[in-house]
Design a protein around this ligand. Structure first.
Ligand code: SF4
Length: 202
């Protein structure tokens, strides 16, 4: 059976696509990530997603719209303080903006699946050890019901190291921050890292 696989990037697709094929699914990729900034990084991740699809002989659909402005508009009220202790308490690394980001990407995937005759969809986001897994699961289930398609759930995190090894074997570019400009700042700003460290050692 064909399954639409939302691809957050090339490296994160390696393990889920392998697992889905082992389960006799026929994965078809879908790149929709308006959360990735700046433009050169988005282009690089898109290129890598294409490269992965080509090397693994998988069909891919691509949304070519670079969504910085839409992303900022959608998340402007959820960005908050530079270091938001309230959302950090909920789960390390989780922010209110991520909730919007998950909903946007998963709803578009469910909608695309429904409009293009896919009965079922999933996402490589379920491979990430850095995301709020339970919230993404609930979100995907909600949009599956809304658009009348099925959501395939699997905890792909169990293949974290295998996925890294596969991406290295394929020579794929591996990014070092989640995607949005805020996550880039959080990854590289010494002040934010210091604030987080102080918060967790209080
Ligand atoms: S940190 Fe990642 S999941 Fe959260 S809003 Fe930014 S890109 Fe989206």
């Amino acid at each position: 059976m064909k399954i639409l696989v939302h691809m957050c990037c090339g490296p994160c697709s390696c393990y889920p696509v392998k697992k889905l094929r082992e389960k006799n699914f026929e994965p078809v990729g879908y790149f929709f990530n308006p959360n990735i900034h700046p433009h050169q990084e988005w282009r690089l991740r898109l290129k890598t997603a294409r490269e992965f699809a080509e090397k693994s002989d998988m069909k891919i659909f691509i949304d070519n719209h670079y969504g910085l402005r839409d992303f900022l508009e959608k998340t402007s009220k959820a960005v908050g303080k530079i270091f938001d202790e309230d959302t950090i308490k909920f789960s390390d690394g989780f922010h209110a903006r991520c909730k919007i980001c998950y909903a946007w990407r998963l709803s578009e995937t469910a909608k695309f699946a429904a409009e293009n005759n896919f009965e079922i969809f999933t996402s490589t986001l379920f491979y990430s050890i850095h995301q709020n897994h339970e919230l993404m699961k609930k979100t995907a289930e909600y949009f599956a019901e809304k658009f009348g398609v099925k959501f395939y759930y699997e905890d792909f995190r169990e293949g974290w190291q295998e996925g890294i090894d596969l991406s290295l074997q394929l020579g794929l570019y591996r990014q070092n921050y989640c995607g949005c400009i805020f996550s880039e700042e959080e990854r590289f700003s010494k002040d934010i890292r210091k604030a987080r460290k102080n918060f967790f050692t209080q």
